[in-house]
Structures are given as C-alpha cells and as structure tokens.
Write a new protein. Sequence first.
Length: 205
Amino acid sequence: MFGRNKTPSDSDVTSEASEAALTPPSTAQEAGSGQTPKKGRPTPTRKEREAARRKPLVPVDRKAAKRESRDELRKKRIQQREAFARGDQDALPARDKGPVKAFIRDYVDSRRNFGEILLPLMLIVLLLTVLPNHMLQMIAFFLVWVVVVVGAIDAYLMVRRIKVQIRERFHTEPPRGTASYAVMRAFQLRAGRRPNPRVKRGDTI
C-alpha cells in the first residue's frame, strides 16, 4: 500500500503539454531561471496616459485651418458669382434656369427699353428738388411721369410679343411669372442685369 508508485494521470500530462506550448521561449527561460522579465521602460503614470489620449495624432494650427477654410469659401463664392453672371445653368437659381428664361433675357437685352432711363431720371429729379427754381422741379416731375407711362406701355407690348414668341418657338405656354420677369429686367440698367446680357442691342433673336 505504502510502496505503490504514483503515476501521473493522462489529464495532468495533457495540461502540462498545453501550457508548455503556449508559453513563449523567452518567458519560459526566464521563468525557469527564476528571473523577472524586464519591460524595457518605466510604467507611464495616470497623468501621462491621459495627456497622451488628449494629444491629437496630427498637430493642427487652428488659426491657419480657419484662415484656409475662409479663403476656400471666399473662392467658391467668387466662382459661383462669376458662373451666375455668365449664365451657366448649373449656377443659376430656379427662376433663371431653362431655355425659355434665357430667351426672355435675350429678347429684353436686344431691344431699347424706356424703363432703363427711369432710374437715372429719378436721380436727376432728386437733384433738382434741392434747387430753388420751382419751374425746373415741375418739369422734372412731369418728365418722370411721362417716362413711367411710356415705359409701362412699352413693357406691356414687349410682354405680349415675348409670349407669342415663346408659343411659336417652344410650342408651350409661357411659364408663370413671364411678365414680371421680363418687366423687371427691362427696367434695370443694362450694366446691372444678372445674368449678364449675352446679346447686343439690335441683335436678332
């Protein structure tokens, strides 16, 4: 009973073999020699770990980034204004898009509109109101009313012709707002119209 030899069971042999296989050679040697493995560097403190987390991966100059962003936005706005002035379809708002609206603009720009002289005449009247000459003031106001009436008649006839041309050219009814779109452009100074005029006065449309 006391002299019986104890033999290791199969489960003990299997567990020892798996532990030996999972243990790296260096670790096994160090463990066998009784020495503690070295880390190679001191353990970072809590403050150092938190600072490393807060530190960005790539250092960024916020002022320079904001300045570059503003410059980029300014360039895009300038390019958009230039494209709108040229009449590029992609840069036009919904009210200016389409071949019909382009035709209306060209038709207005190809003719001499009485409404164009209304704004300069209003400025002249404003200057004449500061003069003590009552006769000049009355003449100026009379001219303003004449231009307004003649401009209204001219705009009415222009809109009628535009609608006829739209039906003949595009085989469709004039879109809603055709009259106001044409009249507003006709009463603007040519230099201030946007998109810019593509045709000269007197050109055939």
